[in-house]
Design a protein around this ligand. Structure first.
Ligand SMILES: [Fe+2]
Length: 157
């Protein structure tokens, strides 16, 4: 295994931060896949709006997963975004397969967005003292996701 010569954090801190970032990474990769599934299988009223809105969220989620993975590499720990690892370790609720009406899709997507945000906030709280740069990165990913949650769940009213 290759290790970088220069570490920003101590090995113990790097490993602890990386453990959190890895959890957030698999959730974000999983979330992007779930949202794409929702994008393909949504049907019914306001189809086009929801279909397009999901792609906007996916763009932010994919960018976020890339940033988290690259932060891990920066800290000297290889990120693991392999499909098998994502499927075994992401804790997000699994998404139902099959065409689904917009109200059910909106509700399911809102629930999964909140699960992802809750995980991000948990890591944000725990990383604050060890690595404020990683903390800041997760905050910058959570903020637009929280705005997306607002825009998704506003359609439930
Ligand atoms: Fe598409």
């Amino acid at each position: 295994m290759i290790e970088f010569k220069r570490s920003i954090l101590s090995t113990a801190d790097s490993n602890q931060v990386a453990e959190h970032l890895q959890k957030r990474l698999v959730d974000l990769i999983n979330l992007a896949l779930i949202l794409k599934q929702a994008h393909w299988q949504v049907v019914g009223t306001n189809f086009r709006a929801v279909h397009m809105q999901l792609d906007e969220i996916i763009a932010d989620v994919r960018a976020g997963s890339d940033e988290v993975a690259e932060r891990m590499s920066t800290l000297g720990v290889a990120p693991d975004g392999r499909a098998s690892v994502v499927s075994e370790t992401s804790t997000l609720t699994s998404f139902d397969y099959g065409f689904a009406k917009t109200p059910e899709t909106v509700t399911a997507v809102a629930d999964i967005l909140l699960e992802t945000i809750t995980g991000l906030r948990e890591s944000i709280g725990l990383l604050a003292d060890i690595d404020p740069i990683s903390e800041d990165l997760l905050i910058s990913i959570a903020a637009p996701l929280e705005q997306h949650l607002w825009m998704i769940q506003s359609q439930e009213a």
